[in-house]
Design a protein around this ligand. Sequence first.
Ligand SMILES: Nc1ncnc2c1ncn2[C@@H]1O[C@H](COP(=O)(O)OP(=O)(O)O)[C@@H](O)[C@H]1O
Ligand SMILES: [Mg+2]
Length: 384
Amino acid sequence: MASLSIRNVRKVYPNGNEVLKGIDLEIEDGQFLILVGGSGCGKSTLLNMIAGLESVSEGEIMIGDRVVNNIAPKERDIAMVFQSYALYPTMTVRENISFGLGIRKVPKAEQNEIVERVANILQITHLLDRKPALLSGGQRQRVAMGRAIARDPSLFLFDEPLSNLDAKLRVEMRAEIKRMHQRLGSTIVYVTHDQIEAMTLGDRIAVMKDGVVQQFGSPQEIYDQPSNLFVAGFIGSPSMNFLRGKLTTDGAVPAFELDHNGQKTLLSLPLVNGNGNADAVSKWVGRDIVLGIRPEHVTDAMSARNSSGDQVNVGGYRPTEVNCIVELTEPTGPDTLVVARFNEAPVTCRTHPRAGALPNQPLKLAFDLTKALLFDPSSEQRIA
Ligand SMILES: Nc1ncnc2c1ncn2[C@@H]1O[C@H](COP(=O)(O)OP(=O)(O)O)[C@@H](O)[C@H]1O
Ligand SMILES: [Mg+2]
């Protein structure tokens, strides 16, 4: 296994298209790196550069302690798994998995041992003598992964390997890949456009947009402290709510003012935890601002109270209760997503399934404003 360093890497395609604009990423041996972002942001280009399938226009890629910019793909000690799993149709699963080993002249007995071990990890022992045509999509993807594992590379590269699978299978295979990583301690770079895959699989996530890494950090950092509006909106489902208003004061404390045609609503802002940079916030008083709050931090007021009906105190703050009008309800089972109008602004919240939210009816919502984030509307960077 090996570490990976990507230093100031740029990619300009021969047609002049600059698709990577100075990428810096670094992971340690055994880490699981996710490259996530919308279609066309440059994820596959970066992965192909790590693999050696695309040249590096500028900067440096190191696998372990070796700069690989000018090293041929087959000398890089990597294994790649794509969305389309190119298996050899005339070979059995066993032959597909051991193919690379045969080329490297690994003795037959050792090949068999490796195939058995890999098949065991991926639970495909019973399929070893079948041809790919007789396998389901999920089973073929397992074989493609098995072939990669059998090579025992320093680095695994995955490019949207689960995109072709149906939703249920995707969840199963996601767990399978995580298990494989825990078991083998492999270093992995994994490309996906799916933010849930990113959150559930990664040790480190690089959120990309337009060839630029917007944020690089642990899943929790990226979720709790997104560096800008793009990251805040991209990661998390349903997406974070963004309310556009003005920062003002309510007595001595900062407050967020939502103004709809002169009808003003104030939310006093507790400055605690990561959001508590009072100096940064005070500079914004009197200016337009975006308040971000995740759906799980807005709930029906009853659920936010304890069993005796008292408001729960979170670190010295009580949730702020406000009256809203329900627009839409989406029961998911464990909770019901509600889109409500808060002074006309739409807010998605997670309510108790028995909170009784009904379209066009009033519902009292509780905002946990200790979790609110503030953003600069023009630069889109997070302020607090
Ligand atoms: N060979 C190429 N020549 C020119 N532009 C390319 C080439 N390959 C990809 N691109 C462009 O580079 C951008 C990034 O592509 P890609 O890395 O495939 O994105 P992603 O994998 O994030 O969807 C896209 O705008 C794509 O059209
Ligand atoms: Mg791609």
